[in-house]
Structure formats: C-alpha cells, structure tokens
Write a protein that binds this ligand. Structure first.
Ligand SMILES: C[S@@+](CC[C@H](N)C(=O)[O-])C[C@H]1O[C@@H](n2cnc3c(N)ncnc32)[C@H](O)[C@@H]1O
Length: 273
C-alpha cells in the first residue's frame, strides 16, 4: 500500500516526483552503512548461452547482476581513452566498475542525492580519473561539449521532465557522442520515450526490450536481496523495498513478467555536426 501511494504521488507533478525520489535515495544511502549496496539497478542476465561471462574481482562479485546490466548497456562502445559521464550514478558501483575495467580516460558520476555523492567521494577516492559531483540531471552543472559518452541506467523514471534531461545530455555531449540508456516505463509510455529521444535530436542505433534478462537476474539474486532487506530495513518499510527491488511476489515483478512494465536499453547518438 505504501509503495503504491509513493508511486501514485510521483505522478502528481514533476516537482513532487523529483522531491520524493531524491529523498528516497537519500534515505537508501543513509541506510547502507556497510557499503554493501553500491549498485542499485534490477540486474541483467544474458539469455544467450554463448555470451562470455564477466570476470570480476572478488570485491565486485556481490554486484555481479547489476554490473552485468552496466556491461550490457555499454558493451557496444569501446570506452577506452574517452571522457564518460554517468548521470544518476547512485552509490558509484557501476561508475567504479566502468572506470576500472573499461579504462575510459575520465569518468564523472553525477547524482541528485547528496548522501550518495558524499559516500562516493569517500569510498572511491583511490580510483584515478573517477570523480563525483552532486547535480540534477535536468540542469547538469557541466560545460557544453565535454563528454564522449553518457551512461544513464535506471535513473530517468525519477526525473520531473525527461525532455529537460535529454536537452542537457545533448548539450554536454560532444558531436558524434553516445547516450547509453536503460530504464523502465509503463508499456503504453514506450512510444513517448522513443519520440522524446528523436525530438531531442538523437538517433536511435539500438532499442532492445530486456524484461526477460532483468527477470532472470531478479530470480537468481532473489535470496541475497531478500536477506539484505530483512537485515537492513525496518519492518514497516520492507514491502516498499520489495516493490522497488521488484522482488518475486511484488507487483513490480508481476508487471515486468506480464509486460505491463517495459524495461528497455537504447544506444543513442548525437549528430556529428
Ligand atoms: C535506481 S538508482 C540507480 C543508480 C545506478 N545507476 C545503478 O544502476 O546502480 C537511481 C539513481 O538516480 C538518481 N536520480 C534520480 N533523480 C535524479 C536527478 N533528477 N538527477 C540526478 N540523479 C537522479 C537517484 O538519486 C539514484 O541514485
């Protein structure tokens, strides 16, 4: 009930939506004192048996499914030597993975949550070329034409106005740069999402529905997340967490399964002129 109320309130106005989402992630960041939850997307598993498995260091294994989402979203572009921005970096686990494993020249993570950015600045200060700053996706505190690639994973559903984020993304990307995007929407809003990319002047190079990949990750990671929520979250809030983590038995899981909610990844490019 609490989860549905939160969700319904998010649709009242863009400003209410931004306010609620920001405070929700502020709270999440404050809750995870042991730095266990450094990645926060729903996860991804390739359904192709020939796909090579990610080889991860011990310290990254617990984020396996979330990092596979990052791998899926970015794998079509060679990031080595590029300037990369992640908008909605959360607690930085994905940004740190991309910087350490895929070797861009620089990686800047931006998030609206002050707690998340404070955490990132403390936790990853040893990773060279990885920087974090607090900022709003709809008004990025960054100069024009600065980045070759923007990563945006499971963050945009919280934005007040998607159009403003896309205008900002196009502004800070260099000509010919890429926006690598993944997020979910109610299925009837996917056409609007695609149109908003085109209206922003982006070209859609790839558009993939990844519901089955996300559901597989949710199934495989169910026990671990269940235990984490039961250990860390006060009982009265657990149902909200089950909903937002799309745990088996939650409405969000069911909606992904029935296709009422559509989780998509896109490769988008800015024109070269
Ligand atoms: C589900 S988390 C995903 C974090 C990260 N991308 C990952 O996959 O682990 C969504 C993140 O988007 C951030 N976010 C939401 N609205 C934002 C906005 N308007 N500007 C910047 N970040 C925002 C939240 O604070 C949160 O950290």
């Amino acid at each position: 009930m609490l989860a549905q109320l939160f969700d319904a309130a998010c649709y009242l106005s863009p400003d209410i939506r931004r306010f609620l989402i920001r405070n929700w992630f502020q709270y999440l960041s404050a809750l995870d004192k042991d730095a266990y939850m450094t990645c926060m997307n729903l996860g991804y598993v390739s359904l192709d048996p020939h796909t090579e498995q990610l080889t991860l260091n011990d310290e990254d294994i617990h984020n396996h499914y979330c990092l596979q989402m990052y791998h899926h979203v970015v794998h079509t572009i060679d990031l080595e030597g590029l300037d990369v921005l992640e908008v909605g970096c959360g607690r930085g686990g994905g940004a740190s993975y991309v910087k350490r494993y895929l070797k861009p020249k620089s990686l800047t993570g931006v998030d609206i949550s002050k707690n998340a950015i404070t955490f990132c600045n403390n936790f990853y200060h040893h990773v060279e070329g990885l920087h974090f700053l607090q900022g709003d996706a709809e008004n990025l505190p960054l100069a024009d034409n600065t980045f070759d690639v923007i990563i945006n994973i499971e963050s945009s559903y919280g934005y007040g106005r998607m159009k403003h984020f896309l205008a900002e993304a196009v502004r800070v990307l260099r000509p010919g740069g890429y926006l690598l995007f993944a997020d979910y929407r109610n299925s009837e809003n996917i056409v609007t999402l695609q149109k908003s990319f085109l209206d922003a002047g982006l070209t859609i190079l790839n558009n993939t529905c990844i519901n089955d990949n996300v559901l597989k990750a949710l199934d495989l990671d169910h026990e671990r997340k269940q235990q984490l929520i039961e250990q860390k979250v006060p009982p009265f809030l657990r149902k909200v967490f089950f909903y937002f983590a799309a745990q088996q038995g939650s409405e969000m899981y069911r909606w992904l399964k029935t296709g009422m909610v559509d989780y998509r990844s896109f490769v988008l490019s800015k024109s070269t002129s």
